[in-house]
Design a protein around this ligand. Structure first.
Ligand SMILES: Nc1ncnc2c1ncn2[C@@H]1O[C@H](COP(=O)(O)OP(=O)(O)OP(=O)(O)O)[C@@H](O)[C@H]1O
Ligand SMILES: [Mg+2]
Length: 284
């Protein structure tokens, strides 16, 4: 169970467990997603869900071998797992960037499997890829304009929203994104994805390559975005911190669901610690 307000206790002194993490998932049933009936029962009515998704990049070579995932309205969901587990591929499968061979992706009850990214953006799905997620030669403002090119009349209103979350971006709106630090670029990338007012944001490793202090900042921002009403699915290499802030987490391994539970429960699950969090994950 999460102890509200206490320190992480996961070898990460100074990083607070979010007292509200887990609050939005009162309906989580069981921690074993290998039990499909638990997923089916819990995912009913979810904002976005993926069911038995099989997908890959090359015909005949499946990377995802039947993954399930759901995110409810208002939830922050984390995906962790080893390199090559298929975490990015799962996000891409939900965003129409990789061919889904079988299984389905459903948004608010509507099947969106295989729809192209621009259609998904219009329907309220935002995606921030792991790399190359800003236009370096464009200014911050121009990057954000690119984010709402499908709805340019809303730029001023959406800019205000994004500037409220990331005031530094507004202050430096005329600066080229290429001249920004890694952390600032992540803000631009998230800001760009927020310009179309997504109901759900898919984030691929937002903290990658950042210093520990900047990573903390990114995690706080993600939580802030979530609290502003945007549901989030976040892939993270920084598994412990991800589990500390997310309502629920999924562990993917070799293209399959390995574990799922509330973030705080996964973070203290001995099997998850041993297999995926390493010795630093042990609670002292
Ligand atoms: N564009 C691609 N073409 C072919 N194979 C790919 C492509 N992208 C990824 N793969 C393969 O798919 C598998 C899963 O990759 P994926 O990027 O989804 O893993 P991941 O869990 O996100 O890993 P990481 O933690 O390293 O980001 C890997 O074996 C990888 O080599
Ligand atoms: Mg990845």
């Amino acid at each position: 169970m999460t102890t509200p307000g206490r320190q992480g206790g996961l070898g990460e002194p100074g990083f607070e467990v979010d007292p509200e993490a887990g609050a939005a998932d009162a309906q989580v049933r069981g921690s074993d997603t290998t039990d499909r009936s638990a997923h089916l029962a819990a995912a009913d009515g979810a904002l976005l869900r993926a069911d038995e998704v099989v997908a890959g990049y090359v015909p005949g070579v499946n990377i995802l071998n039947g993954c399930d995932l759901y995110v409810e309205d208002g939830e922050l969901v984390g995906i962790i797992g080893p390199n090559g587990a298929g975490k990015s591929t799962l996000l891409k499968a939900m965003f129409g960037l990789v061919t889904v061979g079988s299984g389905s992706v459903v948004l608010r009850g509507e099947t969106i499997t295989g729809l192209k990214a621009h259609s998904l953006v219009r329907k309220g799905v935002g995606f921030v890829p792991q790399t190359e997620n800003v236009f370096p030669s464009l200014t911050i403002e121009e990057n954000l304009q690119m984010g709402c090119y499908q709805s340019s009349g809303r730029f001023a209103e959406r800019f205000e929203f994004v500037a409220g979350l990331f005031p530094a971006l507004a202050d430096r709106r005329k600066q080229r994104a290429g001249s920004l630090s890694g952390g600032e670029r992540q803000m631009v990338a998230m800001g760009r994805a927020l310009m179309m007012e997504p109901s759900v944001l898919l984030l691929d490793e937002p903290s990658a390559g950042l210093s520990p202090a900047l990573q903390d900042d990114v995690f706080r921002r993600v939580r802030q975005i979530n609290k502003a009403g945007v549901s989030v699915v976040m892939v993270e290499q920084n598994a412990r911190r991800c589990l500390q802030i997310c309502d629920r987490g999924y562990v993917l391994d070799q293209g399959r669901n390995a574990y799922t539970a509330r973030g705080a429960e996964l973070a203290k699950d001995p099997k998850v610690i041993e297999l995926y969090l390493g010795t630093l994950g042990k609670v002292p």
